[in-house]
Design a binder for this molecule. Structure first.
Ligand code: 4NP
Length: 156
């Protein structure tokens, strides 16, 4: 479960990019992917038009309606992958005592500027969405390697 604030820019892009990578590796039966936001502002909405545009530019299919993070997600998902520190703080406020999901930060898997935040492109221009795409793509590739190794996925 990829988590950002509004679930219209960063996390739906991460979901779409990661789902495409998962499919390319034939792992779609082993890895289930979704995204959500910690805020309720955009529930039910399509991704931001700039998210759709950058995804289309890179031939990544996007099909998502914004949803909000709920306590159930802490038990129904193995990993909650946040975009920045504020997402982690906001998400932790909802964390139930029986939470089993592990919380990770997407750029912990980035080979460049490891551990940084995925900057929120919402307030900026389209360049920010392209930058966001590049960061998300790089990080998701490494995150997928991590999952494959850790859970021994894709074996015959
Ligand atoms: P996201 O970006 O968290 O990457 O989806 C945002 C989208 C909307 C808002 C903030 C961030 N907002 O304040 O409405």
């Amino acid at each position: 479960m990829f988590v950002c604030l509004g679930n219209i820019c960063r996390s739906p892009l991460a979901e779409a990019v990661f789902a495409q990578q998962v499919l390319a590796q034939g792992l779609e039966k082993q890895i289930y992917v979704e995204s959500c936001g910690t805020a309720a502002y955009h529930i039910g909405e399509n991704p931001d038009p700039r998210t759709i545009k950058v995804a289309k530019k890179h031939s990544v299919p996007v099909n998502h309606k914004a949803q909000q993070l709920i306590t159930q997600h802490f038990v129904s998902f193995d990993y909650l992958v946040v975009m920045d520190e504020s997402n982690a703080q906001n998400a932790n406020e909802l964390r139930p005592t029986n939470a089993s999901a592990q919380m990770l930060k997407l750029r912990d898997f980035d080979v460049l500027n490891k551990g940084a935040d995925v900057i929120d492109p919402w307030f900026g221009n389209e360049d920010g969405f392209e930058e966001c795409y590049q960061v998300v793509k790089r990080s998701c590739e490494e995150f997928l390697h991590f999952l494959v190794n850790k859970h021994n996925l894709g074996g015959v």
